[in-house]
Design a protein around this ligand. Structure first.
Ligand SMILES: [Fe+2]
Length: 193
C-alpha cells in the first residue's frame, strides 16, 4: 500500500518512533485485514515444494502429500492432517532448522499438540536414521513427559518416515485444499502454546 492509498485522516510520520497514538490505532485496526490470503499463501508454498528434490526419489510436495494421506488414513484429526501436510514447509528456506520454521508458521491456526509435533519431529525421526550419522537415535526420549509424545511418535514412525514411497496411493493437493482453507481461515491464536 502506498501513502496515497492510506485513508488515515491526519499526519503520517516516516518513522515508527514518531507515529502518533491516533495513527498507531489506525494501523492496529488494519493489521489483520489480509489474513484471508493466508490459505492461498500456504497452498502456494506447498506447490513450490515440487521443485525441492533433496536427493529423494519423490519431491517434497509428494512427501508432504504422502505424510498427510497416511495421517488421514490413520485417523488423525484435521489439525494433525494439515500439520502433516505442512510439517516440512520450513525446507523452502532452510533444511537445518526446518521443523522450527514450519511449526511457528502454522502455530496460530492449529492445536497446541499439532504445533508441538511439527516442532519436535526431527527428534522423533532420528530413531530411523541418527544411528547411521553417529547421533543418538533416541533423541525423542527428552520429550517423554509431554502429553503428545505418543502422537509425535506415531507421526514420525507411521506417517513421516514411511512417506518416501513412489508407489504409494498418495492423495493430491486438491483433496487437502478444503482442510487447508478451513484451518487457515480460523481466527489466529495468540500466546505461547
Ligand atoms: Fe518429513
Amino acid at each position: 500500500m502506498t501513502v496515497d492509498q492510506v485513508e488515515f485522516d491526519g499526519p503520517i510520520a516516516a518513522s515508527m518512533s514518531e507515529f502518533s497514538p491516533e495513527y498507531m490505532t489506525y494501523v492496529e485496526s488494519h493489521l489483520e485485514e489480509d489474513l484471508e490470503e493466508v490459505p492461498e499463501r500456504i497452498l502456494t508454498l506447498l506447490r513450490s515444494m515440487e521443485s525441492l528434490k533433496q536427493g529423494f526419489v519423490i519431491d517434497q510436495l509428494q512427501h508432504s502429500l504422502q505424510t498427510a494421506t497416511r495421517a488421514e488414513r490413520g485417523g488423525a484429526d484435521i489439525d494433525m492432517v494439515v500439520a502433516s501436510l505442512c510439517h516440512d514447509i520450513g525446507k523452502t528456506l532452510s533444511n537445518a532448522n526446518h521443523p522450527a520454521i514450519a511449526a511457528e508458521m502454522i502455530r496460530p491456526w492449529v492445536s497446541p499438540d499439532a504445533y508441538w509435533v511439527v516442532k519436535v519431529h526431527q527428534d522423533f525421526q532420528g530413531l530411523h536414521y541418527y544411528a547411521r550419522m553417529g547421533l543418538d537415535p533416541m533423541m525423542r526420549r527428552k520429550h517423554e513427559a509431554h502429553p503428545a509424545y505418543e502422537l509425535a511418535a506415531r507421526f514420525a514412525d507411521e506417517w513421516d518416515q514411511t512417506a518416501f514411497d513412489p508407489d504409494y496411493d498418495t492423495l493430491p493437493l486438491e483433496h487437502f485444499e478444503p482442510m487447508v482453507r478451513e484451518v487457515f481461515s480460523r481466527k489466529p491464536r495468540r500466546g505461547n502454546s
